[in-house]
Write a protein that binds this ligand. Structure first.
Ligand SMILES: Cc1cc2nc3c(=O)[nH]c(=O)nc-3n(C[C@H](O)[C@H](O)[C@H](O)COP(=O)(O)O)c2cc1C
Length: 156
């Protein structure tokens, strides 16, 4: 499969998970393109005010994976802005994950995945797999990273 991993990462955690996923998928023989969404105003909280400087393309891939951090109990504004601006995603196979600091999905992880699902549904698509990684405790983090990676790899 030709797979795109599209990441927004402010401090590097989400990128680290994306890179581990890329290695896993490449080991299974897939071609993986990992690209970061970039914005000139990363700290902006209103998605409509985000000024994109790198907008990864979604066409030509068999599987799309989106990864982003939780900011203020929601999906990062940069990822929200990116998903809002995508063309139709009808019929696309997609997965998504988020990283958050606190060790409870109630601290924003579930909400962020729900935000991602709503934005993808608005484009005619849906997530086939999703994961929330809590960063605070190393043991739990590594378990959640590994579970998220295996769930997404099962789609490929
Ligand atoms: C502006 C901001 C808001 C955040 N809000 C939350 C939050 O609501 N809940 C949470 O668990 N972590 C929160 N965090 C922590 C990040 O979600 C967490 O460290 C994440 O793994 C960072 O991913 P990144 O390194 O890819 O940017 C916040 C971090 C920032 C910078």
């Amino acid at each position: 499969m030709n797979i795109a991993i599209i990441i927004h990462s402010k401090t590097g955690h989400t990128l680290q998970v994306g890179e581990a996923l890329r290695s896993r998928l490449e080991t299974s023989g897939h071609t993986v393109h990992l690209e970061q969404i970039r914005a000139a105003n990363e700290s902006e909280v209103k998605p409509e005010a985000i000024a994109m400087t790198n907008f990864p393309k979604t066409t030509g891939f068999d599987l799309l994976v989106f990864g982003a951090p939780v900011h203020g109990g929601r999906l990062s504004a940069v990822m929200q802005a990116y998903l809002q601006q995508l063309p139709s995603l009808e019929g696309r196979v997609m997965a998504g994950f988020v990283t958050e600091f606190f060790p409870s999905a109630g601290m924003g992880g579930n909400q962020a995945i729900a935000n991602m699902e709503d934005l993808l549904r608005a484009k005619g698509g849906e997530l086939r797999s999703s994961g929330v990684v809590h960063w605070m405790f190393r043991g739990k983090r590594e378990k959640l990273i590994s579970e998220t990676i295996e769930k997404i790899t099962a789609l490929a």
